[in-house]
Design a protein around this ligand. Sequence first.
Ligand SMILES: Cc1ncc(COP(=O)(O)O)c(C=O)c1O
Length: 350
Amino acid sequence: MFFASDNWAGAHPAINERLLRESTRFAAAYGTSDLDRAIERRFNEIFERDVAVFFVATGTAANSLALASLAKPGGVIFAHSEAHVIEDECGAPDFFSGMRICPVEGPRGKMDPKHLKNRISRYPQDAIHHGRATAVTMTQASEVGTIHTLDEIETLAAIAKEAGLPLHMDGARFANALVELDASPAEMTWKRGVDVLSFGGTKNGCWCAEAIVFFDPQMAKELPFLRKRSAQLFSKSRFIAAQFEAYLQDDLWLDLARHANAMANRLRAGLDASNSARQAWPTTSNEVFAVIPKATAKAAEDKGAKFYDWLEPHDMSEPVADGDMLIRLVTSFATEPQDVDAFLDVIAAG
Ligand SMILES: Cc1ncc(COP(=O)(O)O)c(C=O)c1O
């Protein structure tokens, strides 16, 4: 009953097997091997255009370096007020980019377009004292389990473009959103105005594989230096490439995300049928938020269930009652239906 996070899961056997095969051969270091190059080309196929790809170790590194590559002195980045870049990266994006992040409110993990426009307008390009608007970052799937529609992505991109700003997408759970929208990677990104993507693999079956993807390679000129300077250029970078090779082969990544989302659907259905617990708000990816009695949460923990307590977001429509608590449940490629059913049984027993 591991629902704490999708990064609590192990690595998929196909990824492990590929790593094992890679470990027996010699190859050029620092991202220059044939395998690194081949997987970079594979990203071109996945995104249906020539992209510039940089492998890094963590999602925080991907976000921080992607934003650093867009930096200007006195720059301001706009992100949802509950975005991972603001709440969970210890200021790394600010540190590496040298910019500030301006929080933008919006319901259910999505920036409200009116608020975004308004916040951007407070930082004109010549406002030497305030700083200047420099980039917008959004998260797909969002931190609260929701997914931006293609039109919603396009709306945010249009606001960014109108102000001359690039749009970055934090895709730590890119695959979970993609399969839910039944869109192509190109449709969910550059075709709707995304300029730079943090492409996550770790949460969806890799051991440690994240990539920064630039849809205009011209924008990536500084990234090799930024990556090396931040100690993210792996000498054995080909082991990240090897993971991505297996991950992207025969649509494994999409199958794994479909499975994780299906397990979340099973959880959602169980919560909807429950008398004592409920979904805190509707979600569609592999994250589920539930309001359950504190005693039930304790009983579940005593039986070995792992999940996190969650702080009430500002737009929670029905407040959490005194005897209840808000928890986050995350499913992954490794979640078994029996895990979900066992958890739902504990909840039913109250
Ligand atoms: C939305 C989002 N972005 C980025 C990350 C990347 O985190 P890490 O640096 O732990 O790989 C996470 C991980 O929880 C996340 O949920």
